[in-house]
Design a protein around this ligand. Structure first.
Ligand SMILES: [Zn+2]
Length: 257
């Protein structure tokens, strides 16, 4: 493996994701050192908050362009509030946020054998040239990697009928009722299943960094690129296995130390 060390950065608003367990999970599987760190965005360098606010998306139907953030936006970055489930959640251009994070990684840690994985509650999105709009993403790969906890909640689709029911309801109360009707069928903020699902995204990020391919086409594999939440539950919670091809690749990686 080219990776000798992985640094995992904690997201304090999502306690369901336990980094010490994550550390054990990865070191049981790969011959790498894991270091755990506090929230990447909790910094004494005030400049980081302005730069991060700069990565916000202002128009969902246009390619990213920078805006000058307001003082309030910068202040919100510093607060790091739990915004999952709120309608006014700011959205970030995933690649712009990744570039910004890279700027604040110390030079001596910017080497190929150190992989930085940032867990964050910020919602990362990428612009799709096919339909000319932004889509939420759980994972922004490469180094640094971003695993967005709200991206995990928002990117893989919920049951189709849930959306259809929502379209035909006109009050906040009935929207809540509909949510209740589908309880358990999709992830909600602070869902206990988040940890295992985040493990799957961490595996995908390691595989992407090592092999250039993050995802698998096989639903039976933990590297399956789930577009539906039910598929996430299946491959990350029910099965928790790799397909033959990826088991072999993982074994080969372990030997290349
Ligand atoms: Zn596979």
């Amino acid at each position: 493996m080219k990776t000798a060390k992985i640094i995992l950065y904690h997201e304090p608003t999502v306690q369901e994701i336990q980094l010490t367990e994550m550390q054990k999970f990865i070191t049981d599987m790969f011959p790498v050192e894991i270091e755990l760190r506090k929230n990447f965005f909790e910094s004494s360098d005030e400049k980081i908050y302005e730069e991060i606010a700069n990565a916000r998306i202002f128009d969902l139907k246009k390619q990213f362009s920078r805006h000058t953030p307001s003082i309030k936006d910068i202040h919100l970055e510093k607060e790091n509030r739990d915004l999952s489930g709120e309608e006014t959640m700011p959205l970030y251009d995933g690649f712009e946020l990744q570039r910004t994070i890279a700027k604040f990684i110390p030079t001596d840690e910017k080497t190929d054998n150190v992989l930085h994985v940032i867990f964050t509650n910020k919602t990362t999105c990428t612009f799709d040239d096919n339909d000319f709009r932004y889509h939420a993403r759980a994972l922004i790969g490469s180094n640094p990697t971003i695993i967005s906890t709200t991206g995990i909640l928002e990117a893989p689709a919920k049951p189709k009928q849930y959306y259809l029911d929502l379209v035909t309801c006109f009050s906040k109360e009935s929207a809540e009722e509909i949510r209740g009707k589908y309880k358990g069928e999709f992830l909600e903020p602070h869902d206990s299943r988040l940890h295992k699902i985040a493990e799957g995204y961490l595996l995908q990020c390691i595989m992407y960094y090592e092999t250039g391919e993050a995802f698998c086409e096989d639903r039976e594999c933990r590297l399956f690129n789930a577009h539906w939440q039910k598929d996430l539950f299946y491959s990350q919670i029910e099965k928790r296995k790799f397909c033959k091809k990826h088991s072999k690749i993982i074994d080969e990686l372990k030997d290349q130390v």
